[in-house]
Design a protein around this ligand. Structure first.
Ligand code: PLP
Length: 384
């Protein structure tokens, strides 16, 4: 099916890069199992190892530190559930702004989970992580700290370097969900403190259904699926060579494509344009450092369910930033943690741009936004 709508939802999933598509199509023509020692198997193995090098390069990891998984959610679960068991930790610390993949994995460990809050700008309250570590130290306990690099809803960049300083020199462990920063920020996994990081292909123009766990040698016992010993026993199951090849090709092409799209300038144009139409516009996390490709905003009184339907009818795909898998718009736990009142959170929408975004997309969005806001204001007896 051809999709003609304008796509403004890269944080949910970026469109497939042509480079990734070409690599996948070429791989689909190959038969065999990458674990087989014959020529067919070796050809697929070569694709996987090339991709491992490409993903390692973009994440600043050593090749041997990259474990391919079926998604970032799987990598996160392996890091948290597998890591908690391997490190024999006594508890987990998360932030209240984590993706559900992290929150649910923490819950699945069955261990006590401490939650550090977010401040009103969407930044993790580091002092609360410090307090949890101090309490654990006093009780001679060991914790697994799980934080994200960039928030998927607000685009706020978290002070992970400061968290590394807190956790790095201690016996506690650190996992970073780097999904929304991978390819956009320079990751230097090998030389930095986290024991493990999770990344995903489909946020950088690769296919959905493949991700990776970056893992240091000492943390390498965090295994969930031993299976047939693939990925050096770190993730069983026959690898999807086409998906992994697509991931690798996306990792190679993404950073320059993303940079060329100049998305932070486009987001500024979008936010200025929205403010010109709706001076009461609220941009969540505006005072914090944001990654620049996303804007989470609300027009007070204009519910996101209504606005998104109006924009969708005009062929503009934006998100509420917190859609659950059923497709329904649920209340955002991230905005709630930032202290945003429920009636304003109900109006929150997310615009997220990426490698394929253009000035025309933003102009079309602003035109649609103007229509939707104008219609809302005339219905509610206020001038647009
Ligand atoms: N973590 C963050 C911050 C995300 O934004 C997402 C995807 O929305 C995930 C984890 C899960 O990634 P995947 O879809 O590859 O499982």
């Amino acid at each position: 099916m051809r999709q003609s709508a304008i796509y403004l939802d890269h944080n949910a999933s970026a469109p497939l890069l042509p480079e990734a598509r070409a690599a996948m199509v070429a791989a689909l023509d190959l038969s065999g199992n990458p674990s087989s020692v014959h020529g067919h198997g070796r050809a697929l193995r070569n694709l996987i190892e090339t991709a491992r090098g490409q993903v390692a390069k973009l994440s600043g990891a050593e090749r041997g530190q990259v474990v391919f998984t079926g998604s970032a959610t799987e990598a996160i679960t392996q890091a948290i559930v597998g890591g908690a068991k391997a490190f024999k930790v006594d508890g987990i610390v998360v932030s209240a702004g984590e993706h559900m993949a992290v929150l649910k994995a923490a819950e699945a460990t069955g261990l006590p989970v401490a939650k550090a809050g977010l401040d009103e700008d969407g930044l993790i309250r580091i002092e609360e992580i410090g307090a949890a570590l101090a309490k654990a130290d006093a009780a001679e306990q060991r914790l697994l700290v799980c934080v994200h690099l960039v928030n998927n809803e607000t685009g706020v960049m978290q002070p992970v370097e400061r968290i590394e300083v807190l956790v790095g020199p201690t016996p506690h462990h650190l996992f970073v969900d780097a999904v929304q920063g991978f390819g956009k920020l320079g990751l230097k996994f090998a030389s930095r403190a986290p024991d493990m990081m999770a990344i995903s292909a489909h946020k950088i123009g690769g296919p959905a259904g493949v991700g990776a766990l970056l893992v240091k040698g000492h943390a390498d016992q965090a295994r969930l699926i031993p299976g047939g010993g693939q990925e050096q026993g770190r993730r069983g199951g026959t690898e999807s060579a086409p998906a992994i090849a697509g991931f690798g090709a996306a990792a190679e092409a993404f950073a320059s494509r993303f940079y060329e799209a100049n998305v932070s300038a486009l987001i500024r144009v979008a936010e200025d344009g929205m403010r010109a139409v709706a001076p009461d516009l609220v941009v969540f996390g505006e005072k914090a450092d944001r990654i620049g490709n996303a804007s989470n905003f609300a027009v007070p009184g204009l519910k996101n369910s209504v606005a998104m339907m109006g924009l969708d009818l005009l062929g503009l795909s934006v998100s509420s930033g917190s859609a659950c898998s059923s497709g329904k718009v649920g209340p955002s736990h991230v905005l709630a943690a930032m202290g945003v009142k429920p009636e304003l959170a109900e109006c929150a929408m997310r615009l997220s741009l990426g490698w394929s975004s253009t000035t025309d997309d933003v102009e079309a969005f602003l035109k649609g936004f103007g229509e939707v806001v104008g219609r809302h204001r005339s219905r509610h007896g206020r001038a647009a």
